[in-house]
Design a protein around this ligand. Sequence first.
Ligand code: AMP
Length: 297
Amino acid sequence: MNIPVVRTITALRAKMAAWRRESRTVALVPTMGALHAGHLFLVQEGLQRADRVVVSVFVNPTQFGPQEDFAHYPRVETLDREQLATIGASLLFAPPVTEMYPAGFSTTITVTGLSEGLCGTFRPAYFAGVATVVTKLLLQSLPDMALFGEKDYQQLQVIRRLVQDLDIPVSIISVPTVREFDGLALSSRNAYLSPEERRRAMTLYQALREVSIAVAAGVQADMATDMARTQVLGAGFHHIDYLEVRDADTLTLLKGYVRQPARVLAAAWLGRTRLIDNVPVPPQRDASSMDSKTNSV
Ligand code: AMP
């Protein structure tokens, strides 16, 4: 079993045009490859909603900082192709770097506000790189919809914003995070964890869930996150980039009692691996008696 592969924008557009002529709807799933069950869930969701699913695999150099793992990022195209064929994806778009960024390439998409704070503080080039490559992928393929994981929640909000701001006629669909048996969010970077680190990694998700439950029960956000930080560091994570409660849409920092839809987000280091995760805060049972003045921006 195999899946057709195209490596040029021209070939991708030819495929898309042929499907359009047949009145087929098309979903795009952008990835960096090393596909796991989280990626495959996006593809399966795409297959539920559209007639054809295009998966892009492109390890995008512009979203990696100089000290980051671009050179070592796992690249396993043969395995990726087998998995995509097995679940019935329609086409793999796997362009070389020169196809996406030919000599003279000079344009960057920057989404202000949403790209600042959280991962934007610790990976300064990241969101401009993501926004630029996702904009290119959407305009190259012009699918009916594109699917993204809630696992990368800030990224999802940045993409929603840019699609709205740039009037790109594509629906953005978000898909819940797929997790291991113990709650660890699936990630291509989990492969970097030693067996001992892997055992400890689930604490991040546990801590986020406890914050979410506490905040929903009326505990102030900063008190809940302080306790969670202690828990995560106690489990052997050696550094926390951030562990915060934020407004679910604007990503505004929330410190006090939380009334609006919110998200608990974290990035923390276990050995040489940086793990990120986030969970929703369930609707509060009774927020009416809480003091909103303790919320800060
Ligand atoms: P990546 O290959 O890491 O760039 O991810 C490609 C897409 O897969 C993004 O939309 C991610 O949010 C999504 N994704 C990654 N991990 C998961 C997961 N565990 N569950 C659901 N979606 C995921």
